[in-house]
Design a protein around this ligand. Structure first.
Ligand SMILES: C[C@](O)(CO)[C@H](O)COP(=O)(O)OP(=O)(O)OC[C@H]1O[C@@H](n2ccc(N)nc2=O)[C@H](O)[C@@H]1O
Ligand SMILES: Nc1ncnc2c1ncn2[C@@H]1O[C@H](COP(=O)(O)OP(=O)(O)OP(=O)(O)O)[C@@H](O)[C@H]1O
Length: 299
């Protein structure tokens, strides 16, 4: 049995560029891990026959919307299956994964991507594979643009489509409030809306983001914001509201939304803002930036 933590992320900086021939977009991003995480329990049970079987179950915790997705459609199923094929793993066995979700989905917080990265580390451990082997890194990149970040964690700048490690930054020690309206934004729909009306980021801010060595130095920018707002008008209202709260030093939409994060002066400010956001019917919680990455919890 392996137990793992799968942290959430926010994008401090997200600069989407042109659309490539494969449909993906060039992206430069600085992601920061949070002290909010899903928990995965992975078990390996020997069977008499049938080859490799994978079963994934998901349980919503702390009042987040339940994730309704069949076992084989869960990105964790795809991750374990992909790694097995890459390392040519054979054997009659059941890999069962129980995910306790604390990270809301379609929130731009990378919950599914982090679960996928954690399950790669968990499966590698169960099968005696080096978690830093090329097969694990390749599988992460193939599963989705955000998955590779969670193998690095902390605060990391990435390029390519958002999966190529550029450099690590010194993490921030700050309190963060997350706010999310009911409902999410589909990442692919946000990118499609972006193509209809692309937005560019000031080149001077781009240089500052690429050269930053500490998370605090990164300019908060996200050029997917207008695209996501066009899909969910309530987002614009929520982003305006959070920016205007006393004690908020800076705020931004995370990834493709629908959540926003606010960096707060104090934990008291954060708790007051969480209570006010919940009064408006939004999901909200106080957390902190973290230096975590996906990792097994020692037993
Ligand atoms: C918005 C971000 O979360 C910012 O970190 C990421 O760019 C999205 O990462 P992700 O959720 O891991 O996305 P994926 O699962 O790889 O892709 C979902 C869909 O988003 C679009 N997509 C994603 C990443 C990227 N650089 N260009 C894209 O066009 C594609 O339509 C793709 O089919
Ligand atoms: N383990 C999982 N956790 C969350 N979503 C999953 C999972 N497996 C499959 N999915 C599917 O992926 C979709 C988006 O997942 P996720 O929560 O990672 O999106 P996101 O918050 O927009 O993250 P990102 O910032 O990476 O775009 C969900 O709507 C769901 O259908």
């Amino acid at each position: 049995m392996v137990k793992l933590i799968a942290p959430a992320k926010v994008n401090l900086y997200l600069n989407i560029g042109g659309r490539r021939a494969d449909g993906y977009h060039e992206a430069t991003t600085v992601m920061h891990a949070l002290a909010l995480h899903d928990v995965l329990h992975m078990d390996r049970v020997k069977q008499d026959e049938g080859g490799l079987r994978i079963e994934v179950s998901c349980y919503a915790r702390e009042g987040i919307e339940p994730l309704v997705v069949a076992s084989e459609d869960n990105i964790v199923y795809k991750a374990v299956d992909l790694l097995a094929r890459k390392i040519a793993h054979v054997g009659d066995e059941l890999i069962s994964v129980r995910i306790e979700k604390h990270i809301p989905h379609e929130a731009g917080l990378g919950g599914g991507s982090s679960d996928a990265a954690a399950s790669l580390i968990g499966a590698a451990k169960l099968w005696g594979v080096d978690p830093e082997s090329p097969e694990v890194l390749e599988a992460a990149s193939e599963l989705g643009a955000d998955v590779a970040f969670f193998l690095h964690g902390g605060c990391t700048c990435l390029t390519g489509t958002g999966e190529v490690f550029h450099h690590a930054l010194e993490p921030m020690r700050k309190t963060v409030v997350l706010v999310k309206p009911e409902g999410g934004v589909s990442t692919s729909a946000a990118y499609a809306a972006f193509d209809e009306s692309p937005v560019t980021i000031d080149p001077e801010a781009h240089v500052r983001a690429l050269e930053a060595s500490r998370a605090e130095e990164v300019p908060l920018c996200n050029n997917l914001t207008a695209a996501s707002e066009s899909l969910m008008p309530e987002l614009a209202e929520m982003l305006g509201w959070i920016a205007a709260q006393d004690g908020v030093e800076n705020s931004l939409m995370s990834g493709s939304g629908s959540s926003a994060f606010a960096i707060c002066a104090t934990f008291d400010d954060a708790c007051r803002i969480v209570a006010a956001a919940r009064n408006r019917g939004w999901w909200a919680r106080a957390t902190a930036f973290s230096s975590a990455k996906v990792s097994a919890i020692p037993r």
